[in-house]
Design a protein around this ligand. Structure first.
Ligand SMILES: Nc1ncnc2c1ncn2[C@@H]1O[C@H](COP(=O)(O)OP(=O)(O)OP(=O)(O)O)[C@@H](O)[C@H]1O
Ligand SMILES: [Mg+2]
Length: 248
């Protein structure tokens, strides 16, 4: 299970109100696309779910329990760029989460534990279509391959919630289409809830079970600092998409 319940959340930076009274319950296994104008607080919202930022007011519950105050393996994230470590190989990038959570000081695994982790990482690399690239460095990969790697890295930790911040925004249309297929399949096959920020409506309606728009209901310049953005639209995709049933 991986239900998110966001209840009357506000986020302010100093005098600036970014998000105002946001409430939404995201059911387990949902795929929510978040859309909205630049600067309205989409990334801020993801960062609060990730645990990198705290709400100024309000609560966020994951399966009924308050979110741990810091990022943890139950929440994975992929950004538009720079989700992977440039100085680690493909295999090293996928392994790094496991290594750091198993051995926080040395960041190393040994013996049978390492062999098992390597095997799991290789399977995940193959699953995202990167078999054969295990020893390459991110700079030697195309943009689409880097995002595949970032997905593999996030998914190896088996997160309950996968947070995506415009992960495919910088890719060419053809490559995007391919990675959309991959994303659909991963969501279908993995017991996780996805929250994805996108600027691309077509992408939102291609992938999501639900499209949520953030907007500032009042947007006159003199009101900008005093009022935040909130949810102004919440559209369930019809016919409903259910994980495990939608063809990839
Ligand atoms: N750490 C911070 N300190 C102060 N202000 C911040 C901080 N993070 C974000 N903001 C402000 O919060 C507002 C929302 O930023 P955010 O990055 O969440 O927007 P966004 O919707 O993701 O925009 P974009 O679509 O351009 O990525 C902006 O005005 C930004 O300047
Ligand atoms: Mg953003």
């Amino acid at each position: 299970m991986s239900q998110l319940k966001i209840d009357r959340v506000w986020k302010e930076y100093g005098d600036q109100i970014v998000l105002e009274d946001v409430s939404i319950t995201i059911e387990s296994r949902a795929f929510v696309a978040l859309v909205g104008p630049s600067g309205c607080g989409k990334t801020t919202f993801l960062r609060m779910i990730l645990g990198q930022e705290k709400p100024t007011r309000g609560t966020i519950l994951l399966d009924g329990a308050p979110l741990p105050p810091e990022p943890g393996p139950d929440r994975g994230v992929v950004y538009q760029k720079y989700s992977v470590f440039p100085h680690l190989t493909v295999l090293g990038n996928v392994l790094v989460g496991k290594e750091l959570s198993a051995a926080p000081i040395t960041g190393r695994l040994f013996g049978a534990a390492r062999r098992a982790a390597v095997e799991e990482a290789r399977a995940m690399i193959a699953d995202v279509g990167l078999a054969g690239s295990e020893d390459k460095y991110p700079a030697q990969l195309s943009g689409g391959m880097q995002q595949r790697l970032a997905l593999a890295q996030a998914l190896l930790m088996r997160p309950k919630v996968l947070l995506l911040d415009e992960p495919f925004g910088a890719l060419d249309p053809g490559i995007r289409k391919e990675i959309h297929q991959l994303m659909k399949r991963l969501w279908n096959e993995t017991p996780m809830t996805v929250v994805m920020v996108t600027h691309d409506m077509r992408e939102a309606f291609t992938l999501a079970t639900r499209v949520v728009a953030f907007e500032r209901p009042r947007d006159r310049p003199e009101e900008k600092e005093r009022y935040g953005a909130t949810i102004t639209r919440d559209i369930e995709i019809w016919p409903p998409r259910r994980p495990g049933t939608t063809p990839a």
